[in-house]
Design a protein around this ligand. Structure first.
Ligand code: UGA
Length: 430
């Protein structure tokens, strides 16, 4: 099928490469000309495990994926996915100005098309957005009628950064929120051949499934972090507790890894957007407000430990390993490491950081304020203390830290082994 994807960012490009990998013909539309050039040269504009190779195959070998800044390309496709980011330029969440703008431009373009076309919302928008804002905008600017010559559907993504392409190709569910049966069947057909169960719902239900899923994952993390904080005081290993809890099939082991809290562009943003939706509807969520609050205060635990171990931080040399919000990505949005580095600098520490992939992005935030190491050994040499804030594989060898004071925010090291090798080893909640 000929498919266009508007927005060649994280979700858009992974979706496009995923759909091209299963045989569809893809064109990515993006207003950023540099991004378009990169994609056409088969280079991913950001780091994501496996994406470069898959992109090369689609662009060069199969020749079924290309990028363009020209919205008119949409006319030659049957389906258009909206995958633009959901923050406004001012960073305001749940503003959806980019989504509205893209709907307007898609509508204007479709005014010049004959025949049926379907628009699929992939960006995460709060329940009601596609029905109340996007569909009317498409109608207004295309002059077409939704349900007649225009189809609309919501098809949320459940991709995890770092293994996004794998998640796409091995989806555990395909949720299709449909304006009408015709729209839903069209989207279902795109995923023909996937073994995942397909759930067809109304559009606002599909939007809510996405938000409720992320809110639930966030809840599990804040929950286990609080259990971890208590476990630490009681001399109990929270990871053993999580293993024990996880054996109950009603609970499961996933997303019970305690640490410095969740970051990234999705869980914090979606939680905030959902909380705003509660407010807007005159409701309150005691649970989700607490989840967000607990996550804000969790990185402070690291600072408490550093203070206890080193006393005053002025002129102390602190090595920070890991800036990305999790391994296998260069994404540092809302990474707990950023706030930690800010606090270290505020207290006068000299900070040297290293991340296998996120150095460039760290430089964009901290520029000359901190030093940048070249690998683990170079970064931790001569430091007073090592903080491990992302569990990259290359940080996981305890022998690297012989004689060092190590504070682990992510359970990157095996505690018993680390205690034998390091001068001292302490986890954020173990
Ligand atoms: C999240 C969801 O997991 C995806 O299902 C969803 O599609 C995506 O958001 C999205 O909305 O697009 P992602 O942001 O890539 O995916 O990252 P996660 O793997 O969920 O991790 C989020 C944060 O939680 C990371 O900082 C991670 O270190 C932390 N985390 C995760 C924990 O602290 N403990 C855990 O047990 C798991």
């Amino acid at each position: 099928m000929d498919i266009s994807v508007v927005g060649a960012g994280y979700v858009g490009l992974v979706t496009a490469v995923g759909l091209a990998s299963i045989g569809h013909n893809l064109v990515c539309i993006d207003i950023d000309e540099d991004r378009v050039d990169l994609i056409n040269r088969a280079e991913s504009p950001f780091y994501e495990k496996g994406l470069d190779e898959a992109l090369r195959t689609c662009v060069r070998e199969k020749a079924n994926l290309r990028a363009s800044w020209d919205y008119d390309e949409i006319i030659n496709t049957k389906v258009t996915y909206i995958c633009v980011n959901t923050c406004s330029d001012s960073g305001e969440n749940a503003d959806f100005s980019h989504v509205r703008q893209s709907a307007r431009r898609i509508g204007e373009t479709l005014a010049g098309k004959e025949g049926y076309h379907i628009v699929v919302m992939k960006s995460s928008v709060v329940p009601g957005t596609t029905e109340e804002i996007i569909a009317p905008l498409l109608e207004q600017y295309s002059g077409k009628r939704v349900g007649k010559d225009l189809g609309v559907a919501v098809n949320p993504e459940f991709l995890q950064e770092g293994k996004a392409l794998h998640c796409f190709l091995n989806s555990d569910r395909i949720v299709v929120g449909e304006y009408d049966r015709r729209s839903g069947s069209f989207v279902e057909e795109i995923y023909n051949g996937f073994r995942a169960p397909v759930l067809r719902t109304g559009m606002r239900t599909a939007e809510m499934i996405k938000f409720a899923s992320n809110a639930f994952l966030a809840t599990r993390i804040s929950f286990i972090n609080e259990i971890g904080n208590l476990c630490k005081k009681l001399g109990i290993d929270v990871y053993e507790v999580a293993d024990g809890m996880g054996l109950d099939p009603r609970i499961g082991r996933a997303f019970l890894n305690a640490g410095i809290g969740f970051g990234g562009s999705c869980l914090p943003k979606d939680l905030e957007a959902l909380l705003k939706q509660y407010e807007k509807m005159g409701e309150k969520s005691a649970v989700l407000s607490a989840v967000a609050q607990a996550n804000k205060s969790q990185p402070e635990k690291i600072m408490e430990i550093v203070g206890r171990r080193l006393g005053k931080l002025s002129d102390k040399k602190i090595a920070v390993l890991g800036m990305a919000f999790k391994p296998d990505t260069d994404d540092i949005r809302n990474a707990p490491a950023i706030e930690t580095v800010r606090q270290l600098l505020h207290e006068g520490a000299r900070v040297r950081v290293y991340d296998p992939k996120a150095m460039q992005k760290a430089r964009e935030i901290f520029s000359e304020d901190i030093q940048y190491g070249d690998g683990v050994a170079d970064t931790i040499e001569d430091c007073d203390c090592v903080l491990i804030l992302t569990e990259w594989d290359e940080f996981k060898d305890e022998n690297l830290y012989s004689g060092k004071i190590v504070i682990d925010g992510r359970r990157a090291l095996h505690p018993e082994k680390a205690r034998r090798i390091c001068q001292s080893y302490e986890g954020v909640c173990w």
